[in-house]
Design a protein around this ligand. Sequence first.
Ligand SMILES: [Zn+2]
Length: 97
Amino acid sequence: MTAIKNTAYIDIPCERCGSKKAIARTWKETIATFTGTTEVEFSQIICTNAECQRLFNENIQKEEKKRNEIKLQREKREKDRKDVLHLRSSQKIKSKI
Ligand SMILES: [Zn+2]
């Protein structure tokens, strides 16, 4: 999903197929700032070429899946590392005895 702060991008033709773009939806989000909160308007821009937009959505899903896998791998590595550290510290205690 493409979320951008303003709608100026709507005038730029699709970078994939050159078709006109359309605003799929707009929504407001309240974002915390140093001085309080501010309301920011976001727009989801889609391509008016249905086939192009379909491919785009597929790509996003693929990327999300990839990101998820990387995240899981990282979490696993982190866990393995902690296990090794735990093992080392317990070995140290044993050697003192
Ligand atoms: Zn397009």
